[in-house]
Design a protein around this ligand. Structure first.
Ligand SMILES: [Zn+2]
Length: 218
């Protein structure tokens, strides 16, 4: 497996390109200015699938363009999609025009994912782990053979995702990480949506947001 990280946009979102057996997957293409597409064209590469971990603009801004250009599916968490389309979301954080563009792309190319589902590309098999708290219901993807976790904005090196956005919840996020992510093998490499990579073991030992004291105070 070949893994490449390309930080894009003003928030320097980590867009991951994962290549295996001639297939290429783009995870969280969030630039909004076509940077990933330009990069792929320059390298004469194409993508076979687009994965979006959650419904924040800095993670999906280029998803529709990429998927349209290469005629690929867009994998997106189902419950997050339902929320994105809701009246509550439109009253709150989401720009109507952006939601419309994204909904159109999802209607044409969307593959909605749920907890426990497996997404297969060649020999790679990503298990969907849904977590609430950073957004309504984003997803992480765990690939056991390569021991990698695409963590979106749920878990970072030494930190966790912000929980002050719409439908955010510190309790949900910390409990979800402890229950669903910290049980993964300690040498699993965590590939977060921003910043450097880490491991499950390192976060178990040293992430201040996941300590027992924090849990008792929730
Ligand atoms: Zn986010």
């Amino acid at each position: 497996m070949k893994l490449q990280v390309i930080p894009v946009g003003i928030y320097q979102t980590n867009c991951y390109l994962i290549e295996e057996e001639g297939l290429c997957i783009a995870v969280d293409p969030g630039d909004g200015d076509g940077a990933i597409l330009r990069y792929l064209e320059k390298k004469e590469k194409r993508v076979n699938a687009v994965i979006v971990t959650h419904g924040h603009m800095d993670h999906f801004a280029d998803a529709a363009e990429l998927a349209g250009h290469f005629q690929t599916p867009i994998y997106f968490p189902k419950e997050e999609c339902a929320y994105l389309s809701s009246a509550e979301a439109r009253r709150g954080p989401y720009d109507e025009r952006i939601v419309h563009i994204f909904e159109k792309a999802l209607a044409q190319r969307g593959v909605l994912t749920e907890e426990g589902e497996e997404i297969r590309f060649g020999s790679l098999c990503f298990r969907v782990i849904v977590l609430s708290g950073h957004s309504k219901a984003g997803m992480c993807l765990y690939e056991a053979s390569q021991k990698i976790l695409l963590a979106g904005d749920q878990l970072f090196a030494g930190s966790i995702g912000r929980t002050d956005l719409y439908r955010g919840s510190g309790t949900d996020l910390v409990c979800g990480i402890r229950q669903k992510l910290l049980c993964l093998p300690e040498d699993t490499v965590v590939l977060p949506g921003h910043g450097p990579h880490t491991t499950i073991g390192e976060e178990k030992r040293s992430n201040p947001f996941l300590s027992e004291e924090v849990l008792w105070n929730l």
